[in-house]
Design a protein around this ligand. Structure first.
Ligand SMILES: [Zn+2]
Length: 283
């Protein structure tokens, strides 16, 4: 059920033409046109490639229904942060490479005819890291959903908080959670989709807090990396630890959904959740 994406230019289209991509999982050489038709899933082994935010929105939403909000939000450099190069240079390079202002894009759109507030993250923008702009957009998406009383859908792809914004990045965990709590209190549904990878501060805040938490197959999902985890408990970790299927078996995600089924699955969930909405908690 690959959906055509006429309303967005993918990064590949914007850059120099590259015809083939090697699947990192089965090593098959894949024709890029074929990959696009299969929603960037390897037809041989089912490996889910990372998807740019705009392609994700195009895949999930009905054609020509996306109305972007807060497109102009851009990070400043509050700490004057310099590692191997200054943070503003990194930002500028990521902006040129992706055509985005930051690692999250949000707005309203229709998914199988149902209006939603939707946010998609882009791992290609500084590892999908969450600084003040990503946090602000997640909070505003939740507030937009609350204002209109339409469900919120967030698709995460992130390595965690953005180091270059230090404590200001960590503050986004509390801010996004507060906005989601207001949404929950009002009984408006929130569906979280975790794609590869969803880790660190994003996992530790809004990504794991959906009324329904969905994961794409074999996505890396967790807080700290496996090496840190193994070091902390002084034990070897079980195989597949922090992958979608393991987390599903242990009750941490509600569903593992193949990308080509994701739109239909979200459509079903929205029809189920949206009309009545979640019952507001009593007392
Ligand atoms: Zn493959």
């Amino acid at each position: 059920m690959p959906v055509k994406l006429p309303q967005f230019r993918s990064r590949r289209e914007a850059g120099p033409e590259k015809l083939w991509t090697r699947c990192p999982s089965c090593s098959e050489q894949l024709f890029n046109k074929q990959l696009e038709r299969s929603a960037h899933v390897c037809p041989s082994c089912g490996h889910h490639f990372r998807l740019p935010a705009m392609a994700r929105l195009g895949m999930l939403l009905d054609e020509h229904t996306f109305e972007e909000r807060d497109a102009g939000l851009s990070s400043v450099d509050p700490l004057g942060f310099v590692d191997q190069k200054p943070y503003p240079d990194r930002l500028a390079a990521a902006q040129v490479a992706t055509g985005l202002r930051d690692a999250a894009t949000w707005g309203f759109g229709k998914l199988e005819g149902q209006r939603v507030a939707i946010l998609a993250m882009d791992f290609g923008f500084m590892g999908g890291s969450m600084g003040a702009v990503v946090g602000e957009k997640v909070a505003r998406a939740a507030e937009g959903a609350l204002d209109e009383r339409v469900p919120l859908v967030v698709v995460s792809a992130s390595g965690g908080a953005r180091m270059q914004e230090g404590t200001l990045a960590l503050m986004q965990l509390a801010k996004t959670m507060a906005a989601l709590e207001r949404l929950r209190a009002a009984g408006v549904a929130y569906i979280s989709v975790m794609s590869d990878p969803t880790t660190g501060g994003v996992f530790a805040s809004y990504a794991a807090m959906g009324d329904v938490n969905i994961a794409e197959p074999n996505a890396l999902i967790g807080f700290a990396g496996a090496r840190v985890g193994a070091g902390t408990i002084g034990q070897e970790l079980p195989p597949g630890f922090q992958r979608s299927e393991f987390l599903f078996r242990h009750g941490f995600v509600d569903r593992v959904v193949h990308r080509t089924d994701l739109r239909a699955e979200l459509g079903r969930l929205l029809r189920f959740l949206a009309p009545a909405r979640l019952e507001a908690p009593r007392g």
